[in-house]
Design a binder for this molecule. Sequence first.
Ligand SMILES: O=P(O)(O)OC[C@@H](O)[C@@H](O)c1c[nH]c2ccccc12
Length: 261
Amino acid sequence: MSNILDKILAEKEKEIEILKSTALRPIGSEKRSFHSHLHNTVELAVIAEFKRASPSKGDINMHRDPVSQALSYAQNGAAAVSVLTDQSFFKGDFKDLTLVKEAVNIPVLCKDFMIDETQIIRAEHAGADIILLIAAALNRKRLQELHQFAQELGFDVLVEVHNQAEAERAIDIGAKLIGINNRNLTTFHVDIAKTEELAPKIKKSGAYVISESGLKTSEDIERVKNAGANGILVGEAFMTADGVSEMFDRIKCSGKEHSSA
Ligand SMILES: O=P(O)(O)OC[C@@H](O)[C@@H](O)c1c[nH]c2ccccc12
């Protein structure tokens, strides 16, 4: 047990112990659908993330307010907002997610490391509409069980993959929303070619592809668009920019004719 994912999952086991003692029950509340947004658009969907810090980057931006950041994401045309809720490694908070949910009317993704049903129930209580399941953190059986559990509660489920075997598992369990993480969670190495490598097979299955991590320039965005991505998940570039609109302009301009400027 040495890599960062193992460390995070060990911490999650402790959280789960505490959560279980609270015996939270599922609500089955109505969720905002991200899937239907994708169904109704040909535009690249942007999931804009609120991320204060990360194990790979340390502090990214400790001063931003989650509500004003999320409002500007929504005003600039984000299709969904992602909120890091892990405290120990990402300095996130479930309270951030609840505040964001109340402030915007687009779907909110709970960005955490889910390995147990109780965490999904807690995310539901906090107001999440979309759940992330990381294939690298779950064996096939648990991935399938948690996927089904979250879907039954009405969540859209984003299944995150980083290699062919994980992509196949995600397709096999019938995932309709598959995120390709360009960042290797154990080495932190980022390579946008991951999206180019894995997108074709995923697209063939009929699932939507979201390209995640390390996206900054119009060239990055154009590459993943050309690879077939239906959406992108962007954190750092939004959190470090003075205003978020420039990044949205970059996204809108990608794929169009380059200006000489
Ligand atoms: O800040 P970036 O490089 O734009 O990346 C955003 C997002 O993809 C990243 O935060 C992420 C992708 N998968 C994760 C799983 C857990 C925590 C975080 C993540």
